[in-house]
Design a binder for this molecule. Structure first.
Ligand code: ACO
Ligand code: ZN
Length: 289
């Protein structure tokens, strides 16, 4: 608990400069001690290295050769691109603390660490207590002729025993409320579909996280419910032609006609009564299966 208080109470960095934006921060982030005397940090928007002074950043920008996040571009649609960073050993502050002293030439890892420092400025307690593990980072960018500008990202455990398909999600404040959060969430579920797995975001969710997930879940489910024609669904499941399903359900008085539409009324008690009466057939059916 003390550690938690220490982390959440004292906001150290008040603003950051990133690309064209000056952004006010939301929470504490454990930048290395040499940054203790700063209230503003200057980030290179491409490699995410951070500096104390504007002149340092300007000097850096002249020699920084990155124009997009390190990693593979795995998705592109118009000016939107998604980059996947593999084996960036860090999604947690614990990891950050353990690894920041390690010498490692890998660009990906340094980028992953920088991203965590940056993200923590907008995430509360979320990232604090994870064990070190292998994480994937998915960085979403708006691209133009100057390069690919990060708008947000999510991280994901490579192997999650709890079926988490997302660890942390962030849309940078200047880009919030434009649908990027929805896009990142949808992307995380598309990855799960490709893996043939179900997934869920790591808990706890922030208020904004919950809001975004509720919205996403609601839309996806309602969309399906709206488009489901019950008889065609039953038909797909049973291979019985839809007309035969309709006439059968009608004869069982399980169909009502409301507002110009056939509606299935599957009251469990009524279903139970019918099932008992049709018990023999059901048994036969099961043996055929
Ligand atoms: N106030 C009210 N509603 C909001 C706000 C807000 N400030 N921001 C977003 N929303 C709503 C949107 O209206 C939208 O609702 P809808 O689905 O009903 O249309 C929904 O949230 C998603 O909006 P998007 O524009 O798609 O999401 P955005 O790009 O703003 O990103 C996110 C959402 C990632 C949660 C962002 O707010 C953020 O980065 N917050 C800070 C970090 C954070 O809290 N991350 C989640 C932690 S939990 C976890 O990581 C597992
Ligand atoms: Zn750079």
């Amino acid at each position: 608990l003390r550690e938690h208080e220490e982390f959440t109470k004292v906001k150290n960095i008040a603003t950051i400069e990133l690309g064209r934006y000056e952004i006010e921060t939301w929470y504490f982030s454990p930048f290395p001690p040499e940054y203790n005397d700063c209230t503003k940090l200057f980030f290179c928007e491409f490699c995410l290295n951070f500096m104390k002074r504007k002149e340092q950043l300007q000097r850096h920008m002249r020699k920084c050769d990155l124009k997009h996040p390190p990693g593979d571009e795995i998705y592109r649609n118009g000016t939107l691109s998604m980059f996947e960073l593999l084996k960036a050993l860090c999604a947690s502050l614990k990891a950050l603390r353990l690894f920041k002293t390690e010498v490692d030439g890998k660009k990906n890892k340094v980028y992953g660490q920088n991203l965590c420092y940056l993200a923590k400025l907008f995430l509360d307690h979320k990232t604090l207590y994870y064990d070190v593990d292998l994480f994937l980072f998915y960085v979403l960018c708006e691209c133009d002729d100057r390069g690919c500008h990060m708008v947000g990202y999510f991280s994901k455990e490579k192997h999650s025993e709890e079926s988490y398909n997302l660890a942390c999600i962030l849309t940078l404040p200047p880009y919030q409320r434009k649908g990027y959060g929805k896009f990142l969430i949808a992307f995380s579920y598309e990855l799960s579909k490709k893996e043939g797995k179900v997934g869920t975001p790591e808990r706890p969710l922030s208020d904004l996280g919950l809001l975004s997930y509720r919205g996403y879940w609601t839309r996806v489910l309602l969309d399906i419910l709206k488009n489901i024609r019950a008889t065609s669904l039953l038909s797909d499941m049973t291979a019985i032609k839809a007309e035969d399903i309709l006439s059968t359900l009608q004869s069982l008085e399980l169909i009502q006609y409301r507002k110009g539409q056939h509606v299935i009324c599957a009251d469990p008690k009524v279903l139970d009564r019918h099932l008992k009466a049709a018990g023999v057939v059901v048994l036969m059916l099961m043996s055929v299966n």
